[in-house]
Design a binder for this molecule. Structure first.
Ligand code: ADP
Ligand code: MG
Length: 624
């Protein structure tokens, strides 16, 4: 519900806009807000569908609008190629970052350019993890608007404490694509602490551990909170350990103990039935001591299965022990002892398992705190942060922050953010870049300020050139660009080529040459153009990747002509032509499709040529 207030000074109605808090989870997502009357944070339960929205997007075979949430989850086994889950794992990542984990997903992850960001192919369309996350955010936004009966345009979104710059930026872009102005990206453990009221009083000085066991991931963070600053002392965890693994060990136990027929491993419907029964058993045993149900195969044969809490505990103990080992490491890294911690907070649906509660309390030598709903706690904390940013809690200290994003220009005229807007100052951040052309000896570094994706629409603060990079093939130099923003708002930019230790430094000031109105205008513009900007960015990224691929393929065929057949050369030329035609257009998908095809076509030759060169290198060399 929105409240309406009358501004006595102007005699006009003022609508208090609600800023929501969003937990964009790997398995489940939630949206929450602070109720304007009660001042309590609440998770939104639209139309009695519950507060939890499974983070799953399904694209119907008929090409209709994507479906998100519980309805989409039904398709995980029956239509896996059109049903995308765990997209958070792919956010802001390149194919190289993913490694062999991509093969474990039920849908197709494209490997078009191993340095580029991953894309997911569904039929003939290509989606970036940003677009898929935006679909989930749109659903959350729609639910919030429906339940609160007011437009929702601004949000705080949480991310794991270990998320890097590129993952945070991808989360921001997803928000903008969903029509949300992302006021701040908050660490999940910070949100959990806020939900427990820790850090709300600036005089609070606390050290806490946040143990978060979700559906597919485990995170432990040790935080120190003082004067309203949340400092992450250490993090640890396992990005492939969570409630799904508990379900899996139960299913495996039943399969062997009750000799379930092999169809329970092969038939998608039976697999689903087994998995859901295992999850149901797990949840039931969080409250009770014995679970019984029956499974039915396609011939109608019934298989009764049972599980006691004691059996369940034995099955999952090795997994729980792994989380405790990570806690031990995190504590060691923070150089604290368990007795230094003021609280241990439990987050994530899987912390409802009694063995988890017991193991965590025992390790930290104090009763863990689970008084808030572990599914909702992160979203509730995000809502509190949103309420602080809305100016509704004046008693809470707001730190000095940069009003606009600072970044540099990258290929295609894009702004690559280095210090995001709303970062506390003083602050330091950096990124690594490389060259795009063979033998490039100079690299121009142009610094911009603003929220738009294209540098041309932001404000240029200055530029300089890093000279004297030794000539190397494109992609080999490693150039670190570091931004240091001091408490007076003076930005120092430094570029270093790491292989040769070539460096250059400049000071850029004054960077607050903008009036408040100008800053406001830039933010408004970025809001109005968010959707346009993100699609322009995606198109430019596709073009840049395509140009690099053309360059690589051109180089490769030139150097290895003698190892290729006439047919291979003609096929490659024809596909290169198709890619050039696609590049001449303004659509992204045909470019990605042509790149994908060119990549598939040339990969076998590349492997063959590689083998030839290895053989040549080995020839004449004696081993031993
Ligand atoms: P994420 O943060 O990864 O999106 P969640 O915190 O929503 O995930 O946790 C989802 C997991 O919590 C699922 O594996 C689910 O089975 C598990 N879970 C939910 N309720 C219970 C319960 N009562 N007992 C045990 N596990 C539960
Ligand atoms: Mg979570």
């Amino acid at each position: 519900m929105a409240t309406v207030a009358i501004n006595l000074a102007t005699g006009t109605f003022q609508q208090e806009e609600i800023i929501v808090g969003i937990d964009l989870g790997t398995t489940n997502s939630l949206v929450a807000y602070v109720h304007p009357d009660t001042r309590q944070p609440l998770a939104i339960n639209d139309q009695g569908r519950g507060t939890i929205v499974p983070s799953v997007v399904h694209f119907p075979a008929d090409g209709g609008e994507p479906v998100v949430g519980t309805e989409a989850r039904e398709f995980l086994l029956t239509d896996p190629q059109r049903t995308i889950y765990s997209v958070k794992r792919l956010l802001g990542k390149s194919y190289r970052d993913l490694g062999n984990h991509a093969e474990q997903l039920g849908y197709k992850v494209i490997d078009d350019n191993s340095e580029g960001l991953v894309k997911i192919r569904v039929d003939d369309r290509f989606y970036s993890p940003i677009e898929l996350s935006a679909d989930i955010l749109k659903e959350l936004r729609a639910r919030a608007e429906h339940a609160l009966k007011t437009p929702v345009n601004r949000a705080v979104i949480t991310v794991p404490a270990y998320f890097n710059d590129s993952q945070r930026q991808a989360t921001r872009d997803a928000g903008r694509l969903a029509g949300l102005e992302v006021l701040r990206i908050v660490n999940e453990p910070t949100a959990a602490a806020l939900a427990y009221g820790i850090g709300l009083d600036p005089s609070d000085e606390k050290t806490v551990a946040v143990y978060d066991l979700g559906g597919g991931t485990f995170d432990i963070s040790i935080l120190r909170i003082q004067q309203g600053i949340f400092e992450v002392l250490s993090t640890n965890g396992d990005t492939y350990l969570g409630g799904d693994d508990l379900d899996r060990v139960v299913a495996e136990h039943w399969t062997t103990t009750f000799q379930l027929p092999a169809t329970f491993q092969t038939n998608p419907h039976l697999q689903q039935q087994l998995r859901l029964a295992a999850e149901m058993a797990k949840k039931y045993l969080s409250q009770h001591d014995d679970f019984t149900t029956q499974l039915t195969d396609e011939a109608g044969q019934v298989f009764p299965v049972t599980l006691t809490r004691a059996q369940f505990n034995d099955l999952i103990r090795p997994l729980v022990d792994r989380t405790i080992a990570a806690c031990r490491q995190a504590l060691a890294d923070s150089t604290l002892a368990a007795s230094d911690l003021d609280a241990v907070l439990l987050v994530g649906g899987s912390t409802r398992v009694p063995l988890v509660y017991d193991a965590v309390s025992e390790f930290f030598d104090q009763p863990a705190n689970n008084s808030l709903n572990p599914d909702e706690v992160v979203a509730l904390g995000a809502a509190i942060q949103a309420d602080i940013l809305a100016g509704n809690r004046r008693d809470v200290l707001l730190l000095d922050v940069t009003p606009l994003t600072l970044g540099i220009e990258t290929l295609g005229g894009l702004l690559d953010p280095i210090i995001p807007r709303n970062s506390k100052i003083p602050t330091k951040a950096g990124r690594q870049y490389t060259t795009s052309v063979d033998g490039q000896v100079n690299l121009k570094i142009a610094v911009y300020q603003g929220e738009r994706d294209l540098v041309s629409q932001n404000r240029k603060l200055g530029e300089f050139t890093l000279r004297g990079i030794p000539a190397m093939p494109a992609g080999l130099p490693k150039v670190d660009v570091n931004f240091l923003l001091n408490a007076d708002g003076i930005l120092q930019v430094e570029a270093i080529e790491l292989r040769s230790n070539t460096r250059q430094q400049v000071e850029i000031k004054p960077q607050y040459g903008l009036t408040d109105e100008q800053v406001e205008q830039m933010l408004m513009d970025s809001l109005v153009h968010a959707k346009e900007d993100v699609s322009a960015r995606l198109l430019i990224e596709a073009r840049t990747a395509a140009e690099q691929l053309l360059y690589q393929v051109g180089n490769f065929t030139k150097k290895n002509r003698q190892h290729l057949t006439e047919e291979e050369l003609t096929a490659t030329e024809a596909q290169v032509e198709r890619l050039r035609t696609a590049l001449a257009g303004t659509e992204r998908d045909p470019i990605l499709k042509a790149m994908d095809e060119l990549d598939e076509l040339t990969r076998p030759y590349a492997e063959r040529v590689m083998n030839i060169s290895i053989q040549q290198a080995m020839a004449g060399k004696k081993i031993g």
